[in-house]
Design a protein around this ligand. Sequence first.
Ligand SMILES: *Cc1c(COP(=O)(O)O)cnc(C)c1O
Ligand SMILES: [Zn+2]
Length: 393
Amino acid sequence: METTGAFSGVTCRDCGNHYEPADVDCRCPECHGLLETVYDVDTIESADVLINGTAGSLWDYDRLLPFQESTAVSLSAGGTPLIDCPALAADLGVSGVSIKDEARNPTGSIKDREISVAVTAAREQGVEAVALPATGPAGRSAAAYAGRADMDAHVFIPSRAPFSVKAMVNVHGGDMTVVEGRYPEAVTAYSTEDRNTWYSLAPFETPFRVDGAKTVMYELVATLDELPDAIVLPTGHGTMLVGMVRGARELLEIGILDTMPEFYAAQPAGCAPIVEAYQAGADEIEPVETPDTICGALEIPDPTGGGVVLESLRATGGDAVEVSDHDTLAAATDIAETEGIEADVSCGVAIAGLARLRERGQLPAEAHVGLVNPGLGALDADVLRSHLMGKGI
Ligand SMILES: *Cc1c(COP(=O)(O)O)cnc(C)c1O
Ligand SMILES: [Zn+2]
């Protein structure tokens, strides 16, 4: 396996065992704990790391990734624009809001960053097939990258996923199982398969998706003269949040950043296990028994890496906030109207979450806030449009 100089392998988050990356694919062979990638950041010169302005792709940051750009399975994900939202900032009464638009990625979501790194790891392992349960976008991305790497992709997707996502899994040549129900049913279908020869791309089952997500943070730091005071993220599994906190931590260690921004996790009230655990001061998630939200991407009642998400949030001094589906849809349609941004429903969760944080007095009027739009708003055209119907439009 050809890896970068700074990447030193993977460590189990539970028992602390360290492994060479070629020796494990997912989870700790000793205790079944979740693995995490490890880097010797001391070997990195700060001047080498950031590309000023916008990067061409996430692989421009390969000094802080496990694999070099030359070996990457890449469709040039990353290098997404950061969009200033003055009307939204005025509406929320903060000094500025910037949205990192991850819908601009090759298959339309932030998942392309995560999957690009994880499929590269899979190819380095020499596997022939990757597999995962997905609410939608990660499955589409996996099918695309597996196709490019000449691997099979087995995708388990709930029937509620948008039609165009399911269609594109097939168009990319993926093997798709559409499971009646919601995400947990897709996980069950995936888990009962004989998965011995499949490399898992499931969130936190592979340690490498977090590495793809952390590049969002590198790009933010490279683009802005001053980092946002707070970053509000829609949170399902929390790969994006854990990745961005991880990216900020590395830049702190290298000496490029001197403070950690506060991170806030926003979840729909109908499925908010992270908010509930965070507010209870718990270290682990209590699964939500009957999740129900319009936001399919965030309907994750039992996130695999929940404990990691809680720990990451806590380390930044941030908080977690839940919002109603009504406020979410209002926020996602408002921003399309006032800023022209096609935000997906989960971005509406983050915007509505930001509004609640303001109401509660948790963010001052001077704050500059960073948000991420994880995916294509047009995938949610039906629910966004029907929200307008409810208003007689
Ligand atoms: C993945 C995803 C999210 C949530 O990200 P997590 O990393 O699972 O917290 C939100 N919206 C969309 C469209 C996504 O694809
Ligand atoms: Zn272990």
